[in-house]
Design a protein around this ligand. Structure first.
Ligand SMILES: CC(C)(COP(=O)(O)OP(=O)(O)OC[C@H]1O[C@@H](n2cnc3c(N)ncnc32)[C@H](O)[C@@H]1OP(=O)(O)O)[C@@H](O)C(=O)NCCC(=O)NCCS
Length: 168
């Protein structure tokens, strides 16, 4: 029997339940369930939001949700099932979203995570995100969030030593 391939694709309405359950169990633990199947389905249908599904064959084993503003992207949620963590899936999903964001003219991506989620903070730091402050009582008025951000504009090398003639 050949092993199923891990793939990344855009989520469809049929993925909403699996994604919502992962949000509840891997991200919102102890905070209730705000990303319900209905809310995830609305995000999938929203033209300003991209929802990615990471799959092992037909099984959804990771996901990411990003909302696109005018010049900022907001990474709402990203998670990988524990059995598949550490294999680069989180990085690949983030890369996909960054590529989309660049094409959409977005300059920076922001996100919030639970202040005590040290593993996720280290993950985002490895991906180039930097701390942008603490938002007190962000979650349900109880738990603080750490805000992180990443400037995704690409540098293309040093500028040549040149001065516009009208400035000389
Ligand atoms: C955080 C999470 C998404 C990482 O996904 P992943 O697929 O395991 O991450 P990757 O394998 O792509 O790791 C990318 C890099 O981050 C690092 N990293 C990932 N998790 C880490 C952790 N817990 N501690 C330290 N570094 C970590 C990896 O070592 C890797 O570094 P490298 O550049 O040296 O290779 C995953 O652990 C998860 O789903 N956690 C629960 C949900 C969650 O907290 N989501 C974030 C808040 S919305």
């Amino acid at each position: 029997m050949t092993a199923a391939k891990l793939t990344l694709r855009l989520a469809t309405p049929a993925d909403a339940q699996a994604i919502a359950v992962m949000s509840r169990d891997l991200i919102e633990t102890g905070l209730g369930w705000s990303w319900t199947p209905a809310r995830v389905a609305r995000s999938i249908a929203n033209r300003d939001t991209t929802v990615l599904a990471a799959c092992d064959g037909h099984l959804v084993i990771g996901f990411a949700i990003m909302h696109f503003g005018d010049d900022r992207g907001r990474l709402n949620l990203l998670a990988v099932h524990p059995r598949y963590q550490g294999a680069g899936l989180g990085r690949r999903m983030n890369l996909w979203l960054e590529e989309c964001a660049l094409v959409a003219g977005i300059e920076a991506i922001e996100l919030e995570l639970r202040r005590g989620n040290v593993g996720a903070r280290k993950f985002y730091e490895r991906l180039g995100y930097r701390s942008a402050g603490v938002v007190t009582r962000y979650y349900r008025g109880e738990e603080d969030a750490l805000r992180m951000a990443r400037d995704i504009r690409r540098t293309v090398g040093p500028a040549p030593a040149w001065q516009a003639p009208w400035l000389r």
